[in-house]
Design a protein around this ligand. Sequence first.
Ligand SMILES: [Fe+2]
Length: 161
Amino acid sequence: MTTTQHRTKIGIAISTRERVADALHPVLATLVDLALAAKHAHWNVKGSNFQALHTLFDEVAAIAQASADTVAERIVQLGGTAMGRRQDLGASRLSTYPDEAVVGPEHVDALATALAEAGKAARNLIGDMAELGDDVTADILTEVARDLDKQLWFVEAHAQG
Ligand SMILES: [Fe+2]
């Protein structure tokens, strides 16, 4: 998806900026989708571990939202248009969040899957961005992957031990 490129004095060739923005859009859609999935889990989780999971899932939503914001703003810094509306979310790399999830372990498993998929989407692009010569975007994706890996650890810890 190539959108209008706006003028910027940033020292990156327009062909590179377009390729980076195109690559970032699925990550943006994935992170918006992840924030929605985490809120779904936050609202609907039930069972004995309710309070801890309710709080944890809201923190995952906040991290996903903050990561989406960083990626969206990088797209704009590169002269692109950040596409994070409902009609843009088809680019998300997340599998469908299961309707069947009700109790804690089911939401833990579903959200762990979503976090792993989102982390992979960010991680897979780090090398490509560095190869394109945009180390700043590579750094942003590294930070996003680091934050998602940490949240995955927090969520998976509820299913381990
Ligand atoms: Fe809430």
